[in-house]
Ligand binder design. Structure first.
Ligand code: DX5
Ligand code: ZN
Length: 222
């Protein structure tokens, strides 16, 4: 019997909620105020209703911070675009299980390029769809809102999927992170962390806070 993986708490400010006019300094500020990773939401206007930014912006942000770039691809065809984000400076790339691609093959290519691999599922998607890929990932992203926009309310009905992610990780002796994304604040972070999430993505809670360092601390300690 091996000891279950005890992942560290990681707070990942989501640049989507920052000031787009000063993206570079916003990224630097996320690091200065104590963020552990920078979460970058890429939206194609097709897989989700919103359009955010592409690899050119990720590349332009790269010199502004040393934070781990946690790139979340909300794209219909992540298999066509992940490489551009890898070249732009991504450290980890998360793709969706619902997108139109051979999930196993995309994950394998991302790993072969030397990046961390992540797999995401939407609130309406059952946990079982992740099962075939759990041994291939460094990060399991449980969406806690329907993706597309920042500032939405946390969906408590997603909590059992976090618990399932922990149970399967322990059962299989794996060591992936469990990340939650959407509607995370000091209160909902407690619920997500109790269920077993260790990477907390937060846009609004951090970037719109009067004191960003305090907001990050409140998530770290939640
Ligand atoms: C949702 C995005 C999130 C978003 C979270 O579509 O994937 O990363 O930035 O924003 P908040 O923290 O404001 O809910
Ligand atoms: Zn995201």
């Amino acid at each position: 019997m091996t000891t279950p993986f005890q992942p560290p708490r990681i707070v990942a400010p989501s640049i989507l909620a920052s000031d787009y006019g000063t993206f570079g300094s916003e990224a630097a500020d996320a690091e200065a105020k104590g963020g552990d990773w920078l979460h970058l939401d890429v939206m194609d206007g097709h897989f989700v209703e919103n359009i955010s930014f592409g690899p050119g912006v990720v590349k332009a942000l790269r010199p502004h911070t040393k934070l781990f770039f946690d790139v979340h691809l909300m794209l219909t065809r992540p298999d066509r675009y992940w490489e551009a984000f890898a070249k732009a400076g991504a450290d980890g790339i998360t793709v969706h299980v619902e997108s139109e691609h051979d999930v196993g093959s995309t994950l394998e290519k991302i790993r072969a390029a030397g990046l961390k691999t992540g797999l995401a599922l939407n609130p309406g998607t059952p946990f079982e769809t992740m099962q075939p890929y759990l041994t291939e990932i460094d990060l399991l992203l449980i969406m806690t809102v329907v993706p597309g926009f920042g500032g939405q309310s946390f969906m408590h009905e997603t909590l059992p999927k976090i618990e399932a992610g922990v149970a399967e990780r322990d059962r299989l002796g794996l060591s992936y992170h469990i990340e939650v994304d959407g509607g995370i604040d000091a209160q909902t972070a407690v619920h997500a962390a109790q269920a077993g999430a260790n990477v907390l993505v937060a846009g609004t809670t951090i970037f719109k806070a009067p004191d960003r360092a305090a907001a990050i601390r409140s998530l770290r300690e939640a």
